[in-house]
Design a binder for this molecule. Structure first.
Ligand code: COA
Length: 170
């Protein structure tokens, strides 16, 4: 981490209201792989689905600088997308988002995600957070007309469900 930037992380409570902002941020974050970007409609639909949670990082002017979407599936969790604006990178924002997702959604459950084998930044991030490679999906992504494999990564399992999952189980 090179320096600190002021930001805070909040749960997305009104997906429909913020979906447009999140979609724009997603596009700017995935500029090198536009096929991975999601529309505001897709984001809104996903965030309104039970078991799914969105966390947003807000900068000092209340602007969205990053977000993560995850979901609980049975006793497991999944990171569906994660992005941080280019200007706010290497300040621990993604680390905070993943950390809070674990806390809110499935802090004690195994969390899975897929990452392009060519995405060094994300692979290093997840590794630094304790995720390990558990599999590979061949030709999972398309990049510039070429197929790129996805690594499946998973965090460790411990001994009980996180807060949101507990709520869903009640
Ligand atoms: C991947 C991404 C989310 C990282 O966000 P970030 O806020 O910059 O990440 P952090 O500051 O929390 O980084 C934590 C650690 O991850 C690793 N890391 C992050 N970016 C890295 C990079 N560009 N190169 C190498 N390691 C990197 C480092 O170990 C870093 O710790 P350090 O800064 O102390 O060296 C961001 O680059 C991004 O949005 N990329 C485009 C979208 C994307 O690829 N999303 C993930 C899809 S699976």
């Amino acid at each position: 981490m090179t320096a600190t930037v002021p930001y805070r992380v909040e749960v997305v409570t009104n997906p429909t209201a913020v979906a447009g902002v999140l979609a724009k941020l997603h596009v700017s974050c995935f500029a090198g792989s536009p096929q991975d970007t999601w529309s505001d409609c897709a984001i809104s639909t996903l965030l309104n689905t039970p078991g799914t949670i969105g966390l947003i990082a807000l900068g000092s002017k209340e602007e969205a600088i990053g977000f993560i979407i995850g979901r609980a599936v049975a006793d497991e969790g999944e990171v569906l997308t994660l992005c941080v604006s280019p200007a706010s990178r290497r300040h621990g924002v993604a680390t905070a988002l993943v950390g809070q997702l674990r806390e809110y959604l499935f802090s004690h459950h195994q969390i899975f995600l897929e990452v392009a084998i060519t995405n060094r930044a994300a692979r290093d991030l997840y590794q630094s957070l304790g995720f390990q490679e558990v599999g590979r999906r061949t030709a999972y992504y398309r990049r510039g007309g070429k197929s790129v494999d996805a690594l499946v990564m998973a965090s460790g399992r411990s001994d009980g469900p996180g807060r949101l999952l507990k709520k869903h189980m009640n």
